[in-house]
Design a protein around this ligand. Structure first.
Ligand code: COA
Ligand code: HC5
Length: 630
């Protein structure tokens, strides 16, 4: 059942509830600071031509389907050009003329709020910080205090709009996502979820952080009576009080947020019938972020296990026997500070992509490294426990949610990989795009293991456009296929292999440039489908075709999220027999996480990780890197 649900969790989602609630719209911002200096002049997301998208679509389908299926798809493409293509394109053009961004409201709905499968694992990403050097409870609380102080320090730049405008390839990006990562929360709904946001520009903005300890919720005011942020010492004192106030473990409330959205929404309704619980939920949703103070997790057996356990602790909490009850996966941002230096974060994806999260993490870690206590705030409010009353019904639902949560957690096959022979610098020295290089290496790893290519997703940012989110880079291309076949063929010369590799990397970089400039194909294809549904028309034959489904069945789903710090990012596979791969390329090494599901007999994260390392080694050799260095 869970596997089946997960299978459905693809960006297409269902089409229920396209009507947009007030909360779902982008927050109104008054652009006063330099963070939004170029916001008003950012271009609108364009609409590619029908012809262009269909032409590219055929090229991406070709390596994935049989010659016969391909010919059938060609016919459907030709038919679509006559009808309903032009009509659907006209609907999209109308929409583009009326909205700030023709895609972003739809995307929020079909990629997130309407999806009924759990947010954990395949939707909420995790970030694992470099291991910290504390070993006891005091050290844990002190680091948590520093993290809180670091986030509040960053919040000043969001509130005062002084963050520098982010650039991609030298061009400015839309900054709205930074505005949505603090004070936000997803709220479960029976048919469709909603998202609430309490930004600091609203009257009565939140002043508190939610602390979770032993599955209990606490409200910690992070500003003093003089409105100054509490310093690290003051935060440490408050956290110590919270730990003293919660010696025993409460029911695993957090596992409810791991459930499928409809079940969780039904329980949520029961939960908030009680006024005390409603107050707690409102306080949690309004809070700036969640800080989870974890208890002992599963004990590692070796170094590899230590790494994979740290990742899963951030991704799902380790199951109900460990820390899954001590999470709120609906909260836009939750930091996790575990025992013995294991720390990181988990975030809910509805309103923001990885780069703003990586930026806040980089700031927080740099803040922590400085080791400054900061100025004392005048007067602290007492910490408050957010009381919860557990009815018999809710307790029963928690028990059921535990079973679902544990089965999901136990199914995750996660590997952390530090590839340290080389990093971005080597690709650059070969005058190749590092990202294209890594993507083609992944194609090679997959081909090595399975002897055929598969539909592969890489996230492309659309933030060069106002309110832009993402499009897909279809990393499996005719060129990558030609290269992977040749690379494993001993009759092909080294020169030809090098040439085909460079061609594949170049093709990837070209696709990337097109995608980030609004000329991708996936969101356009999706737009046609959604326009048809909204107009009460049948879904076009093009979209009902097996080739379309094959080209969207992303057995390898990937994303690059760069960070200054040596962090590892992770998310789960989006199909039951696939891999989720996130990577943080550094100058001289690359951090990867490779995830799949134990339930699938076809996948094995360790094997994939090994194949990936071997592919990177072989490419190094192919390009003539000095062997002595290896
Ligand atoms: N020769 C030498 N150097 C090259 C090169 C070449 N042929 N091609 C690229 N480079 C350089 C670039 O100039 C860049 O330099 P920098 O380190 O000074 O910035 C660097 O190599 C990296 O470029 P590249 O690896 O090609 O990729 P990118 O940084 O442009 O990133 C994407 C590609 C797809 C990751 C990016 O466009 C994107 O969309 N990022 C957002 C992804 C996202 O949102 N992820 C999270 C989803 S939740
Ligand atoms: C901190 C790492 C965040 C990476 C999250 C990410 O890449 O999400 C993708 C969002 C998108 O729209 O492409 C989805 N993906 C995980 C399935 C690749």
């Amino acid at each position: 059942m869970i596997t089946m649900l997960r299978h459905l969790r693809k960006p297409l989602g269902d089409h229920a509830g396209l009507i947009l609630s007030k909360m779902q719209r982008e927050p109104k911002i008054k652009p006063i600071g330099r963070m939004f200096a170029v916001q008003d002049s950012l271009p609108r997301l364009p609409l590619p031509s029908v012809e262009q998208t269909l032409h590219k679509y055929l090229r991406t389908v070709q390596p994935l389907v049989s010659a016969e299926d391909y010919r059938h798809t060609e016919k459907l493409v030709e038919a679509f050009k006559k009808s309903p293509g032009p009509e659907l394109q006209a609907l999209l053009e109308k929409r583009a003329g009326e909205k700030t961004n023709w895609l972003s409201d739809w995307w929020k709905d079909v990629a997130y709020l309407s999806i009924r499968t759990p947010v954990v694992i395949s939707s909420n990403p995790a970030v694992i910080f470099p291991r910290q050097d504390y070993t006891d409870k005091k050290g844990q609380l002190r680091f948590a205090a520093k993290v809180i102080a670091g986030v509040i320090d960053y919040k000043v730049m969001i509130d005062e709009q002084t963050l520098p405008v982010e650039l991609l390839g030298g061009k400015p990006l839309c900054m709205i996502q930074y505005y949505t990562i603090l004070g936000g929360c997803r709220v479960p709904g029976v048919k469709r979820d909603s998202h609430v946001l309490y930004p600091s520009t609203e009257p009565n903005p939140p002043r508190h952080v939610t602390i979770m300890h032993k599955n209990q919720l606490f409200s910690l005011d992070v500003y003093g009576n003089d409105n100054r942020p509490l310093n690290v010492e003051q935060l440490y004192q408050q956290l110590t009080k919270i730990v003293e106030m919660s010696p025993n473990t409460a029911p695993s409330i957090g596992v409810l947020t791991m459930g499928d959205r409809t079940s969780w929404a039904k329980t949520y309704k029961k939960l908030v019938k009680d006024k005390v619980n409603q107050t707690a939920m409102e306080s949690l949703q309004r809070s700036i972020f969640v800080m989870c103070l974890d208890s002992t997790g599963e004990q590692p057996t070796d170094e590899d296990h230590t790494n994979s356990l740290a990742i899963t602790q951030m991704l799902h909490g380790g199951g109900s026997a460990y820390n899954s009850g001590n999470r709120w996966f609906d909260k836009t941002l939750q930091f996790v500070v575990g025992e013995k230096g294991v720390c990181g974060l988990n975030y809910e994806h509805t309103t923001a992509e990885g780069p703003p999260i990586a930026a806040i993490m980089d700031h927080v870690l740099t803040f922590c490294e400085k080791n400054e206590t900061g100025l004392k705030a005048g007067g602290m409010t007492d910490v408050r426990k957010m009381e919860l009353n557990y009815s018999k019904e809710v307790l029963k639902d928690i028990e059921e949610a535990k079973v679902q949560a544990d089965s999901m957690a136990n199914d995750v096959d996660m590997r952390g990989v530090t590839y340290d022979r080389y990093g971005k610098n080597f690709a650059k020295s070969q005058r190749l795009s590092p990202d294209g290089y890594i993507q083609v290496a992944m194609q090679l790893a997959y081909f090595r293991l399975y002897g055929k290519p598969c539909a592969t997703y890489e996230t492309a940012s659309l933030r060069r456009f106002l309110h832009g989110r993402t499009d897909t880079i279809r990393s499996c291309s005719i060129d990558s296929f030609n290269f992977t076949k040749a690379m494993l063929d001993s009759s092909v010369s080294q020169e030809v292999k090098v040439d085909l590799f460079k061609k594949a990397v170049l093709a990837h970089r070209k696709y990337t440039d097109e995608a980030i400039n609004g000329n991708g194909i996936d969101r356009h294809l999706l737009g046609w489908k959604l326009a048809a549904v909204e107009a009460g028309q049948n879904i076009p034959d093009l979209h009902m075709d097996g080739s379309y489904a094959t080209s969207l069945y992303f057995k390898v789903s990937t994303s690059q999220v760069g960070a200054k710090h040596d962090a590892v990012m992770a998310f789960g596979a989006v199909v039951p027999d696939g891999y989720g791969i996130c990577y943080n390329p550094q100058n001289t090494k690359i951090n990867f996480s490779v995830s799949s599901y134990f339930n699938s007999p076809e996948t094995d994260s360790k094997r994939f990780a090994t194949a990936l390392k071997e592919s990177l080694d072989d490419l190094h050799t192919l390009l003539g890197a000095p062997q002595a260095k290896l």
